[in-house]
Design a protein around this ligand. Structure first.
Ligand SMILES: [Mg+2]
Length: 487
């Protein structure tokens, strides 16, 4: 091979020294390239001989299936109200013309199901490796996404382009991994850690197991399954929940979803957790932007020295910046900086210290790697936000967590709150609070078609078509309404 390359270089030099330089360029078919590149560029035949392979294009997308599912979710509380007995999700399967299947999980609800259904015809025939083209095609369908400010909404989707593209991208990366025989983490630049750490994600909750049992409980439940259905409405209940979850999963950090009770009660729960777990277990609380600026400053100061970070105490980048100036605790967000278009004002205002990325709404795994780079450049930390999800999303989060060069804190996950699965082999395992980066090609998890059919039936039977925590809360507390600055 070396001789052949040398021969090529000599041939190129000879040609360039002669008068027929233009003619050589024409013959070499390299008219558009600079000379530097030309001297060292082996021709296609040489590469083919070197690699013993011929150039080929990827397979084409033949079919896309989107299946809405519903799975059991206990009655946990948050700023937006109460979780319904079932959480919703859409399962996406992209199949190539050589029958390679790539999978992903997308936010639940009929609006997302319909968005992908409406766009999928445009993706048939595309090469799953051509993600830039796929994104451009989706952009022509959905329109260029303007960065949405959260405004007064309890929760929101960043927009259908980033949601749908994020789901398609993960499935295509799964396909690429299967074709190349490499795990997705390698397609994101390679593994920076073997184990990805997660935090215990605590919720205030009413008694109940969710699903068919609703507010009732299963008397035969043991261990975490028993704790998961118990009520947790005060500091003692939160500590008991934390102990049950940490015992089962081995988590080394703890997060409490706040914004449910008046701030002093939630702050008391954080001090109770410190008392129970000691100073070596990092703590965080997320009031979901329900506090006014003066409340954020008052309780933020009270928790200075207690917390690893305070997540979204107040609404908007401007208000976050005001609180951040007054307290020592770092601020994290998945509410005020949620899209690339929010980055310039985030930097100008200094609205947070840590961005909690989420590939489901930042536009995929590669986009989330870009968020990591931005955080590195601007001195932000990065971690991960979560929503109710199953194992396909968890696997994708673990590949991303495995690839991010500077992961500063344990990631969020709702996974312990779920009991069902849509992947073969059952639920993914946590060891010492971490999940091992899957070894197999692609995401390393496969769709269980039988489980998918069952969870789709759950969806149809549940009668739910979108998440509405306020409506669920009104069943318990008639007249309850969401307020975006309750305290
Ligand atoms: Mg949050």
């Amino acid at each position: 091979m070396i001789n052949k390359n040398k021969h090529n270089r000599e041939k190129a030099k000879e040609a360039l020294s002669a008068d027929n330089r233009r003619d050589f360029i024409k013959k070499a078919g390299l008219g558009a390239l600079g000379m530097g590149g030309m001297l060292f560029l082996p021709d296609e035949k040489v590469i083919a001989q070197n690699t013993k392979k011929t150039f080929k294009t990827g397979p084409k997308i033949k079919q896309i299936n989107v299946t809405p599912i519903a799975f059991t979710d206990p009655p946990v509380l948050n700023a937006a109200g109460l979780h319904a007995p079932y959480a919703l999700r859409n399962i996406v399967e992209v199949i190539t013309d050589d029958n390679i299947s790539g999978i992903s999980e997308m936010h639940g609800g009929i609006a997302n199901t319909n968005a992908l259904e409406a766009a999928k015809g445009l993706l048939i025939g595309k090469d799953p490796f051509q993600l830039n083209e796929i994104k451009r095609t989706l952009q022509t369908h959905f329109g260029k996404e303007e960065a949405q400010k959260r405004g007064d909404a309890a929760y929101w989707n960043n927009g259908q382009l980033s949601t749908v593209f994020g789901a398609v991208e993960v499935a295509c990366l799964d396909i690429m991994g299967k074709i190349t025989g490499r795990p997705v983490v390698d397609l994101l630049g390679g593994k920076m850690r073997e184990q990805v750490p997660f935090a215990a994600y605590l919720f205030y909750k009413y008694e109940g197991a969710g699903g068919k049992l609703g507010f009732k409980t299963d008397n035969n439940a043991k261990g975490w399954a028993a704790v998961r259905q118990a009520k947790a409405l005060d500091p003692a209940g939160i500590v008991a929940e934390a102990k049950g979850m940490c015992e089962e999963f081995g988590f080394k950090s703890i997060k409490l979803k706040g914004g449910v009770f008046e701030p002093q009660k939630e702050v008391d729960a954080m001090f109770a957790l410190r008392e129970a777990f000691g100073p070596d277990v990092p703590l965080r609380v997320d009031p979901n932007a329900l506090w006014k600026v003066e409340t954020g400053i008052k309780y933020g100061k009270m928790m200075d020295g207690l917390l690893e970070y305070l997540e979204d105490p107040v609404r908007s980048q401007e208000n976050m910046a005001k609180v951040r100036k007054e307290i020592k605790t770092p601020l994290a967000t998945n509410m005020c900086t949620t899209a690339f278009e929010h980055i310039p004002s985030s930097i100008a205002l200094g609205s947070e210290d840590i961005i909690l990325t989420d590939h489901h709404y930042w536009g995929g795994l590669k986009a989330s790697m870009d968020v990591g780079r931005i955080c590195e450049v601007f001195g932000r930390g990065i971690s991960m936000h979560s929503n109710s999800h199953l194992g396909i999303s968890l696997a994708a989060m673990v590949h991303l967590g495995g690839a991010l060069p500077y992961l500063t804190t344990a990631l969020d996950t709702h996974y312990p709150w779920q009991s069902e699965e849509v992947i073969t082999g059952g639920r993914l395992k946590f060891e010492e609070g971490s999940v091992q980066v899957p070894q197999g090609p692609g995401l390393g998890v496969e769709l269980d078609k039988k489980a998918l059919a069952l969870l789709h039936k759950n969806y149809l039977d549940s009668g739910l078509t979108k998440r509405d925590d306020a409506k669920e809360m009104q069943k318990v507390q008639p007249g309850w309404v969401f307020k975006n600055d309750r305290w």
